[in-house]
Design a protein around this ligand. Sequence first.
Ligand SMILES: *Cc1c(COP(=O)(O)O)cnc(C)c1O
Length: 488
Amino acid sequence: MRLLMDIHGVPWNVAWKITRATMAYTNHTLLPEALEKWSVTLMQRLLPRIMDIIFGINANFMAEVAMHWPGQGERLRSMSIIEEGGGQHVRMAHLALVASFSVNGVAQLHTQLLQQGLFRDFYELWPHKFNNKTNGVTPRRWLAGCNPELAHLITEVIGKGWITDLSQLKKLEPYANDVNFRNRWRNIKQSAKERLVTYKKSQHDGDLQLNADALFDVQVKRIHEYKRQLLNVLHVIHLYDRIKRGDTHNWVSRCVLIGGKAAPGYLMAKKIIKFINNVSNVINSDPQVGDKLTLLFLPDYRVSAMEKICTAADLSEQISTAGKEASGTGNMKLMMNGAITIGTLDGANIEIREEVGDDNFFLFGLTEEQIVARRNHYDPLAIIDMDDDLQRVIHLIESSHFNQFEPHIFDDLINSIKCPHDPWMTIADFRSYIDAQKRVEDAYRDKDHWTRMSILNCANSGKFSTDRTINEYNNDIWKLTPQPVKHK
Ligand SMILES: *Cc1c(COP(=O)(O)O)cnc(C)c1O
């Protein structure tokens, strides 16, 4: 608007028409901390002309809302680009909604929640603006590039068309029934696990024992309470507790890998990292545990680390509180490389499960609707009271078993999950998660069955290519003419 009017001399109405026909808004999260609000006084000082234009846009917008809903002052207040009270603030998401011809979320559930929740009024006013574009990942990096052995095997049996048309992976499905193919698939996963072990040993100082025959249980993503790395650790402590009390009949050895960075100012996230490391130290140095269970924190998580990790994962942990993960893309990278998901009905997990089928996905946890309904009467202490396994886990943590020489460092972490107002409701999903992990063990004991599931996960990951995503953006929003790629 500023460039069109002030630099190119276009009048307001024309500039607004061009702007509104040009801008498209993709929302990436529902978490309020990611929806920016900027102080009007700050903007008036630093960007006075921009602030003038925003006021102008808002005045016109408020007139439009008033015409659509006469006499509804509350609606004007809640939809306004300017938030009143406690000093005025510019709601950047509202500005984007008003100025764009298209608004999209990044997975079906996320888009549905935008329409019913955060942007409900805007959806009522402009339903035609809203659309979904489920995220994807590029198969060039996340399969062909990072996993050349698996890529060669796939190409050998179905040709190389999958690299630019990932839906062709579906042709792998019949090979899930081929013993010889399954053995080759399993050997490739095994050598990826061994490579990751060697890489980790070279990073670690010396004495790290990692068993490449164990189930590689992987959760790699930014550290955040909604992603519930803590739920994962509660399960690890439960397994440790089972070993300590001798409940190890038919044991499936596990190597639990948790990786991720915490934002610099996010104290709770840093405490979660400290907690993972402390639990890891206790478990990994206990001779009674041996290689039945290993917990490892992977520092310095980044794309180049994920390129190694995703090839070696057996199990993909996607355990966020339902309704909080907009899409997730780590889930797609891991699926593409033959990991099986244990997950909640959140973000793109829902679509992953639709593609691969319920038999090849370990589902657990409350749904988004159940989470909302439960909030009013959530009583974690009562849940702990009723669940012996959970009681033992909480007792171990509260007895300072993992912080013997660092008193009270995990107090606020414990309090956060025991609080009835815990927004992430970790305790609510504990039992269901533990039961799903038991089903994981049953499945992993039958190596042939597991490998079949692994192949089917890869075979049904075609939807999660960015090629599909980008084509949808272009067909529905950008309307550009595709140019043929010229190969040199
Ligand atoms: C894929 C990826 C992410 C996103 O992971 P989610 O599990 O979807 O949150 C974050 N960081 C890195 C380095 C990644 O490769």
